[in-house]
Design a protein around this ligand. Structure first.
Ligand SMILES: [Fe+2]
Ligand SMILES: [Fe+2]
Length: 484
């Protein structure tokens, strides 16, 4: 255990609130415990309630307010975080658990608080035992109102709304993602059996993806980690579409351009519908002739796009991207060019999105995916890969040094899964991480605890840092569980 640094002598107010806050927490716990053990009339109970009323009144008088707030694993009293120490550990953790079991995030004590109101609140805390935290909280609200308690106010955690919003965003993302996979599948399969396909539904799916990336890019990007082997061509197309749109946004394309880019990205591999499935999915090393078939997919895709209906005009951009997406900036790659040309910006964006997704996915002819951080480094550092450096830079900015879904080992011996890039661009190498295993190796339920690696202790050192990247399988972690 690291030693607790001494109180900052200048932080006088903070010192007061820290000890007074601790006092009120201890009084709250003592009152709860005695009320649990003895009848109300008992002298111990009465004394405990007196103490609680007194301690809370005093803070309200000195500070003008008293607010006890739960945030993550911490208790704050008027915005000052209480330290968990040996002598207050039981009290703090009991109060924390009690608040949590009612989904209470904050308790506000108003100057008009009366002793009987404390008594009412604590009795309700002890007697409402309905299932469901939400039910318990609404019953608590109702009874407090009936009892005329106005000096004490309990409320959901501030983060609660944000949490609900996050959950909804995730659900929306999942729907959009699977919609994208479904329409891609439909297009490719109908081309395979020789039917032309109407693009209206594809366009709608792309619009949904654009709208969601513009609203919140992280939740859709999280889904790109759920790479499904059986559906590789389809999920890959959707992933490339999501990455391309997010990259296009970073380099400043307009919304209309993003729709266009998204459609070209979703259809970039449409030529694979013209490659026999057994070649596409072959597990062993490809024969030279088979490799040639695969290399035909860009121009075959370009030809196919001429025959698709649903475009208002000939989809030149999509045709170009299908044709160019395996060409490198020096024009090596395939198909071989005949005349000198400059790759279009859409092709350069899709090439980066395509290269990143392909390299990080477990594919038929690539049994171990390379770790995302290595992929990024290679794309950035090796000019022979032939990616546009401006677009690669945008990709690094988009997903951070450690992309979403990367399994990371921390210096606290915890193991986690990268949840999103740090909202503060100064901390590209310090993402938000869902903890998966605690320092003893015990499993933490998925997404139950998310930490910000930029978080610093009171001495200014980081609480957690990444030591290395690992494969999730090694720790029995299913990355997908963290994004569903
Ligand atoms: Fe391709
Ligand atoms: Fe591709």
């Amino acid at each position: 255990m690291s030693p607790t640094p001494p109180d900052n002598p200048e932080a006088g107010d903070e010192g007061y609130i820290r000890s007074a806050g601790r006092g009120v927490l201890l009084a709250l716990y003592a009152a709860l415990r005695s009320l649990k053990l003895y009848p109300l009339e008992n002298a111990t109970v009465q004394k405990a309630l007196d103490d609680l009323q007194q301690a809370s009144k005093e803070i309200v008088e000195v500070e003008g307010e008293l607010e006890i707030r739960l945030a993550g694993d911490f208790i704050f009293v008027n915005a000052t975080r209480l330290r968990l120490e040996l002598d207050n550990f039981t009290a703090m953790s009991n109060v924390m658990n009690l608040f949590r079991s009612f989904r209470v995030g904050v308790l506000r004590v108003h100057p008009r608080v009366e002793r009987r109101e404390w008594q009412a609140l604590l009795s309700l805390f002890l007697t409402i035992t309905d299932d469901g935290m939400d039910e318990r909280q609404s019953i608590l609200h109702e009874r407090l109102r009936k009892a005329g308690v106005t000096g004490l106010e309990v409320d959901q955690a501030d983060g609660q709304d944000a949490e609900d919003e996050l959950r909804h965003a995730r659900e929306r993302s999942k729907r959009t993602y699977s919609q994208g996979v479904a329409v891609t599948k439909e297009v490719i399969n109908s081309i395979r059996i020789g039917r032309t396909s109407n693009l209206k539904r594809v366009k709608r799916a792309v619009q949904m993806i654009v709208d969601q990336v513009l609203k919140s890019e992280t939740s859709l990007i999280g889904l790109t980690t759920l790479r499904d082997y059986d559906e590789y061509t389809f999920t890959h197309s959707v992933n490339v579409c999501i990455f391309s749109i997010a990259l296009g946004r970073k380099i400043g394309l307009t919304k209309l351009q993003l729709y266009d880019l998204g459609l070209t990205a979703l259809l970039h591999d449409v030529g694979k519908a013209r490659v026999p499935i057994d070649v596409l999915n072959k597990l062993e090393q490809l024969e030279e002739s088979e490799w040639q078939l695969i290399q035909q997919h860009p121009w075959r895709g370009a030809l196919t796009l001429f025959t698709l209906r649903g475009y208002d005009e000939i989809p030149y951009r999509s045709i170009l991207v299908a044709h160019e997406h395996h060409m490198k900036t020096d024009l090596s790659g395939y198909p071989r060019h005949i005349r000198p040309r400059a790759l279009g910006i859409y092709s350069r964006v899709v090439a980066v999105a395509d290269g990143f997704d392909a390299a990080t996915t477990r594919r038929a002819y690539q049994t171990t995916p390379i770790e995302p951080d290595q992929v990024l480094r290679e794309m950035w550092e090796n000019p022979r890969r032939g990616y546009d450096p401006v677009v690669v830079k945008a990709l690094i900015n988009l997903i951070g040094i450690y992309p979403v879904g990367t399994c990371v080992i921390l210096d606290t011996f915890e193991v986690g899964v990268v949840a999103s890039v740090n909202p503060d661009p100064a901390y590209l190498n310090r993402p938000l991480v869902h903890l998966a295993l605690d320092s003893d190796g015990s499993v933490i339920p998925s997404a139950a605890k998310t930490v910000n690696l930029a978080e610093q202790g009171s001495d200014g050192s980081f609480l957690r840092s990444i030591v290395k990247v690992s494969t999730p399988e090694r720790y029995g972690i299913r990355v997908g569980d963290y994004f569903l």
